[in-house]
Design a protein around this ligand. Structure first.
Ligand code: UDX
Ligand code: UDX
Length: 469
């Protein structure tokens, strides 16, 4: 089967960049990305490419080449589904905040709504592709909904999990380590798999395209993220031991990572991992293990999350204890809010939890991030406090302790301490002599990403704390 029209439901961090690259590499396929959110679609259609809703290096160049030619962004969901041969589901699947599985299971509400909408609208056979990360066996749920509420047309459901990392998404899409396509091992399932293989073959070699059964594909995504996050929690656990023993975590990571069996990537100690995927996917994995009565396996993976929480709290406690056991009414400057550099995404960023901890102790948090907006920063904290059951008045009181700047000098002026929460390259090039001059003394720097030049900053006079040193 030759795919001519693709529809992608969900114009987010995954749907937007993935479809832009497919459109770029497959000029004969029309790609329409739809979303319920009108503001987001308008931003994707904005003539000024600086206003795209997602900041991702290289994305605006790709969009400028294909938008209006074979890439379209629209709110007309039904129409786009109707003409598509292939529909990608890339809506968000956050951790449930209510009811059964609260705080653990993935909320599949939006995926189910998509399946029902596809079933209602479809008048011809279609291939449905799960892009969102989903618990194992969700494809079956989707298929059941499609087959029971549709108009008698045939659907094949594929799993094609996303492995792109934010900040490097375009490069990850263009030069993927692999793409994974899972489908039913029936003649029509294999035909559907081939249709998607043909799309990726426009720019990837056969050895970069893996095909599996649908359950392996779904589980591989959860497992891949769990393994990656596990490496970070492992090195972060060792960072605490390094601080107690005067070993240096970066030296340990290098020594361990030069063993080719281990590998050097993803061993950077930090204030803790964030992002929309790692925590959500591991919680989901833990939930699945408990559901299938595998408590030992569940406990094993849950520990990855517990160490991550420990690391964030340990960093916040270190700030408080170093600042003479209280940060009440002190100005703490946060450099960075995003969960990593080169993205405006702050979902589950360590900054949110460290800020919460310090605000609880009375600190005033002054934030500078090159890409995350003031409204997003305040929304992140408000969301956490609402989840914790705080009233509107309590939330407003806490928000009065948060200040956001577009300019780093103002954020740093008359500060008691600086905390680096994101590894933005710019921070290394600040005029640190001037920063020191304008701060209260002793001037403390807590580098949660180990990016600053410790020797130089110590010479200037800063009191430095770094992770695992
Ligand atoms: C994705 C996922 O698909 C998730 O499973 C994965 O783990 C992380 O990446 P992402 O693209 O990062 O999500 O999410 P987001 O930026 O929130 O985009 C999802 C979009 O879907 C939003 O723009 C939202 O408005 C849209 N949406 C959601 C719909 O159009 N319809 C719905 O019913 C629900
Ligand atoms: C991750 C996976 O890498 C990607 O394959 C999957 O599709 C989605 O989830 P993402 O969350 O976008 O991607 O970014 P990633 O680069 O994995 O970073 C996640 C978090 O781990 C960030 O907060 C980052 O700062 C942190 N991290 C990463 C470390 O603390 N140390 C490291 O060595 C690497």
């Amino acid at each position: 089967m030759k795919v001519k029209n693709i529809c992608c439901i969900g114009a987010g961090y995954v749907g937007g960049p993935t479809m832009s690259v497919i459109a770029l590499k497959c000029p004969n396929i029309n790609v329409t990305v739809v979303d319920l959110n009108k503001v987001r679609i308008n931003a994707w259609n904005d003539e000024n490419l600086d206003n795209l809703p997602i900041y991702e290096p290289g994305l605006s160049e790709v969009v400028s080449k294909v938008r209006g030619k074979n890439l379209f962004f629209s709110n007309e969901v039904d129409a786009a589904i109707d003409i598509a041969d292939m529909v990608f589901i890339a809506v968000n699947t956050p951790t449930k905040t209510y009811g059964e599985g609260k705080g653990m299971a993935a909320d599949l509400k939006y995926v189910e709504l998509c399946a029902r909408q596809i079933a209602r609208v479809s008048k011809n056979d279609k291939i449905i592709v799960e892009k969102s990360t989903l618990p194992v066996r969700t494809a079956q749920t989707i298929k059941t909904i499609l087959d029971n509420s549709g108009n008698g047309v045939k659907f094949e459901v594929l799993s094609n999990p996303e492995f792109l990392a934010e900040g490097t998404a375009i490069n990850d899409l263009l030069n993927s380590d692999r793409v994974l396509i899972g489908g039913n091992q029936t003649p029509s399932g294999k035909e559907a798999i081939q249709a998607l293989v043909d799309i990726y073959s426009n720019w990837l070699s056969p050895k970069q395209i893996l095909t599996t059964n649908v359950w392996s594909s779904e589980l591989s995504k959860l497992t891949a993220n769990a393994f990656l996050a596990q490496r970070i929690s492992s090195i972060n656990a060792i960072s605490a031991l390094c601080e107690a023993t005067e070993a240096d975590v970066d030296e340990v990571a290098k020594a361990v990572g030069t063993d080719t069996r281990v590998g050097s990537k993803f061993l950077k100690a930090s204030v803790g991992f964030g992002g929309s995927c790692f925590q959500k996917d591991i919680l989901n994995l833990v939930y699945l293990c408990r559901f299938f009565n595998l408590p030992e396996v569940a406990d094993y993976w849950e520990q990855v999350i517990k160490i991550n929480d420990y690391q964030k709290h340990r960093f916040a406690r270190k700030i408080i204890s170093t600042l003479f056991n209280t940060v009440s009414d002190k100005k703490i400057t946060f450099l960075g809010w995003a969960f990593k550099k080169d993205t405006n995404d702050s979902r589950e960023s360590a900054a949110i939890y460290v800020a919460n901890h310090l605000i609880e102790d009375g600190a005033n948090i002054h934030v500078y991030d090159p890409k995350v907006s003031e409204s997003k920063i305040k929304a992140d904290l408000t969301y956490l406090w609402e989840l914790n059951g705080l009233t509107k008045t309590q939330i407003n009181n806490k928000l009065s302790q948060v200040f956001v700047y577009k300019n780093h000098s103002k954020a740093l002026n008359k500060s008691h301490a600086v905390a680096v929460l994101t590894e933005w390259d710019d921070f290394k090039n600040f005029d640190w002599e001037k920063v020191y001059h304008n701060m209260y003394k002793p001037a403390f720097v807590f580098d949660g990403r180990n990016i600053l030049n410790i020797k130089k900053l110590n010479e200037i006079g800063f009191k430095m704390y770094t992770i695992g040193k």
